[in-house]
Design a protein around this ligand. Structure first.
Ligand code: FES
Length: 137
């Protein structure tokens, strides 16, 4: 796995998903309250484009006719059959031990840091002392 710039942070607003391509794979980038997550855009059930589904919260019920909503915007619902996956972990809510979506590490970095590249020549402090340039080596 190698690092690749896929979007500006501002292109993925909180509560949204942007689908990007990285090394031939379609990946959904999510922003949950300023935290970024990346999931494969392929549903493990039958292969639908998972990240084109609806972003929802968690609905739980302890009694018929009553339900409780929590964790708004932290789940993706597959557009084909409605399976839901935790965006933070990629795990299926119905069977988290067996079913999951491939998750990718995501980080937000300043553009300047990315342009610099991995190779850095050794540098030395330079000062001007009267008419002479002084290098500390
Ligand atoms: S293809 Fe995603 S739930 Fe069936």
């Amino acid at each position: 796995m190698s690092r690749q710039v896929v979007a500006r942070a501002s292109e993925v607003q909180p509560g949204s998903c942007k689908i990007v391509s990285a090394r031939g794979r379609e990946i959904g980038l999510f922003n949950i309250g300023g935290e970024y997550f990346a999931l494969s855009n392929r549903c493990p059930h039958k292969g639908a484009e998972l990240c084109r589904g609806m972003i929802v919260g968690l609905a739980q019920s302890s009694t018929p006719g009553e339900y409780r909503l929590s964790r708004p915007g932290e789940f993706i619902r597959c557009p084909w059959h409605g399976w839901e996956f935790d965006i933070r972990t990629g795990r299926s809510w119905c069977d988290p031990a067996r079913l999951g979506v491939r998750q990718y590490p995501v980080s937000v970095r300043p553009g300047r840091q990315l342009v610099e590249g991995p190779y850095v020549a050794e540098s030395f402090p330079v000062r001007l002392e009267h008419n002479y340039v002084v290098v500390e080596a």
